[in-house]
Design a protein around this ligand. Structure first.
Ligand code: GCW
Length: 714
């Protein structure tokens, strides 16, 4: 959602007291930037071995470079040619020729079950030799980082052959980075980690060391695609497609060695604003020819270019509606241009009326994506990915899964998450989002036991369409910790890991991240560090939910502070379609078929019935689907009003507990990380108290119902 006026600057963190520990450049690149989940110590088990890397190609060279650097540091030995020398670890492409005797049998066994795929690998260990085998270079790269994750365990005992492959072929991050500094949104729209790592004040930054270090982190968590500019495409950014394509090519060159393909957000009006044509009508032959030629030039420069991302007819961006065409016409136009080169267009389903009249009770923003897109199912070309936000509104801390994801069986669908914490504390608050994403990915739209949202995104849903994978808005910037809040690094890491394997347990993913980011050899008391990080992070999303908008009603955020902090009525009388309808009797949005907007009817059974029913609707989504009196008794047994009071008091208490626990890590972990997190926990506590007091007071004044426990409500 954009802001009503250009009078306020972008919400950015204040000056930061603490930077990361410096003096150690983990990959021989990146300068004084925090190593995130790839500190040199994480490579110690691998780097102290005798390693053979076999195969050719840019990505195999990357693998060898990584191994060589680790060995130089930790006393191991890296070879690229098989000889008679003993080895502890073999990383090999399957067609790379003979392997040392010890590895040959394992390699045969590892490959016995057929191809490993373009990104898959197999790992096994016997008789003191660990073998990682892949069919394609990208698989070897992912195998290498898997070894790093395993640490010492990769070199202990025997490991039966285990094959690994990503669930999703497309695992993408969308940067909302502007080339020019936007007067309202700044360098990075909804960016909370400083400037862009790609662009600064109208120009490419050309800090390719930083970009390479980023690509390396992405490869190590499994991300394989990024778009390099904001979906709101302004004048300068539009030109990345044409005369500024060289800037994009440079980024593609820097990211290629890590298996990360570059995509570009383009404006639908490009034929007009860049090509001088009188129209961008998708059926106009001159428009089609313009896109074909522009796309041909892109591929001439960037042969492995990924494709286009488009936000059309949304929040002021141009689109096919201008010409009386629909979104299939629009998306297919770009898909046609990309098809000869194997590119895809990510076409966003975030289309709604952003100039609504709050008095109009018949328009329901939650319905919009389905109403626009579901009727188009079957009309999109194979290389169109319709990209839908995971919830029907806009990245709120709690939303039901978007019904679009169950309504387009003949369309490639991608699920979009927001790693950048626009509505979840803006990287001032600890909010580990993997549990939220995991809930969405494992949700079964056709009922328990049926296909899940992850299946739909992976292409194994009930319909014939291939998967569109996952996409997510990135949370990094030029901040020395990458993400402003050091613990927000875990969100980026977890996003990649869930895109690779959506079945992973968020707590286990956090454990991986802790092991890598805080290697035991660098931490005073590893057990205390692990325990504290889990205590602070595991439940932090639900904690955030507790002290902000209750029971799935959403928003209540401050428009003036760019969606940071409370303002219960901040959007109530606005044009954005995000209302809670609180009055003296009750609160919530009636989206039932019986008496409301009918949104519940967009779900297949059983959810269409579950959400429709006041008694069956899950508590956490009650106010998303129903308008209820304050005395309504939840499934939990509490009344709505008492639930609001209880969760807001509890949420603040939990943040106070997090702050308390964090203090015990002083002197235990990297002091710079400790200081930065400590400073932000102070702000989180201040802000949580503000949320608690404003929300509780608001509902006390509206309802007149006192807290049964007699706590202070102002
Ligand atoms: O959540 C809203 C944001 C906008 C963003 C929009 C979108 C890039 O407030 O800043 O615009 O979503 O997803 O397009």
């Amino acid at each position: 959602m954009s802001l009503p006026s250009a009078t306020t600057g972008p919400a950015t963190a204040g000056p930061d007291a603490a930077g990361p520990a410096t003096g150690d450049d983990p990959a021989g690149r990146g300068g004084d930037v925090h190593a995130a989940w790839l500190p040199p110590e994480a490579f110690a088990p691998l780097g102290s071995r005798r390693v053979l890397v076999r195969g050719d190609g840019v990505l195999v060279d990357t693998v060898f470079d990584e191994v060589e650097r680790a060995c130089a540091r930790h006393g191991g030995r890296a070879d690229r040619t098989a000889g008679d020398r003993a080895v502890d670890l073999v990383l090999a492409l399957r067609d790379a020729g003979p392997l040392p005797a010890a590895a040959t049998a394992l390699a045969r066994a590892a490959g016995a079950d057929g191809p490993l795929g373009g990104e898959g690998f197999a790992l096994a260990r016997a008789e003191g030799v660990t073998v990682v085998l892949a069919d394609a270079p990208a698989g070897l790269l992912y195998g290498l980082f898997h070894l790093v994750r395993l640490g010492a365990a990769a070199f202990e005992g025997d490991h039966p052959v285990r094959r690994h492959a990503p669930a999703m072929a497309l695992r993408m991050l969308d940067h909302w980075d502007n080339v020019d500094v936007h007067p309202v949104m700044g360098q990075v729209e909804r960016g909370y980690a400083g400037g862009s790592i790609f662009w600064r004040a109208g120009a490419a930054r050309r800090d390719l060391d930083r970009v390479r270090a980023y690509g390396r982190l992405l490869a190590a968590c499994g991300v394989n695609a990024i778009s390099v500019n904001n979906v709101n495409v302004h004048a300068t950014e539009a030109r990345l497609l044409t005369d500024r394509l060289g800037d994009v090519a440079e980024l593609a060159d820097a990211l290629r060695p890590y298996g990360v393909r570059v995509h570009l957000s383009v404006t639908f009006a490009a034929p007009v604003v860049l090509g001088g044509l009188p129209t961008a009508d998708p059926v106009d032959p001159a428009v089609r020819a313009w896109w074909a030629a522009a796309t041909r030039r892109v591929y001439a420069r960037i042969p492995d270019f990924g494709g286009y991302v488009v936000k059309a007819d949304s929040e002021g961006q141009p689109g096919p509606f201008t010409y009386g065409r629909d979104h299939a016409d629009g998306a297919n136009l770009l898909a046609e241009a990309l098809a000869p080169f194997g590119g895809v267009v990510h076409w966003r389903a975030f289309v709604y009326n952003h100039r609504q009249d709050w008095r109009d009770r018949s328009t329901d923003r939650a319905r919009a994506a389905y109403d626009h897109f579901a009727p188009l199912d079957g009309r999109f070309r194979d290389n169109v990915v319709v990209q839908a936000k995971f919830g029907p509104i806009d990245f709120q801390p709690r939303e039901p899964v978007s019904p679009v994801l169950a309504a387009m069986p003949a369309t490639r669908l991608a699920v979009e998450f927001q790693v950048t914490q626009e509505y979840t504390g803006q990287q001032q608050h600890v909010c580990y989002l993997a549990p939220c994403w995991s809930e969405a990915l494992t949700f079964a739209p056709w009922g328990p036991g049926g296909p899940t949202v992850a299946d739909v995104a992976a292409g194994s849903g009930p319909g014939p369409a291939a998967g569109g994978g996952l996409a997510a808005v990135a949370n990094v910037g030029d901040d020395p910790f990458w993400t402003g809040h050091p613990l927000a690094q875990a969100n980026l890491y977890a996003y990649g890991r869930l895109a690779w394997d959506p079945g992973l347990d968020p707590v286990a993913v956090l454990d991986e991240w802790i092991d890598l980011t805080f290697p035991a050899s660098t931490v005073g008391d590893p057990a205390l560090a692990r325990e504290t990080l889990h205590a602070v992070m595991d439940d932090s999303w639900r904690t955030y939910e507790r002290y902000t908008a209750p029971l799935g009603v959403g928003f209540m955020v401050s428009p003036a502070r760019h969606h940071y902090g409370p303002d219960v009525d901040g959007y109530e009388y606005s044009r954005w379609g995000t209302y809670h309808f609180a009055d003296r009797d009750g609160v919530g949005v009636d989206r039932t078929r019986a008496t409301g907007t009918g949104f519940t009817g967009q779900y297949p059974p059983p959810w269409s019935q579950v959400y429709e029913s006041l008694s069956d609707c899950p508590d956490e989504l009650l106010l998303f689907f129903h308008h209820v009196p304050y005395g309504h008794v939840l499934r939990s047994g509490s009344t709505v009003i008492q639930h609001i009071y209880d969760t807001h008091f509890a949420g603040v208490q939990q943040v106070a507990g997090m702050r308390q626990r964090w203090r015990r890590l002083a002197g235990v972990i990297d002091p710079a990380v400790h200081a930065r997190v400590a400073e932000r926990l102070e702000e989180q506590l201040r802000c949580a108290i503000e949320w608690r007091d404003q929300v509780n007071t608001y509902f006390f004044r509206k309802s007149g119902v006192p807290d049964v426990r007699g706590r202070t409500i102002h």
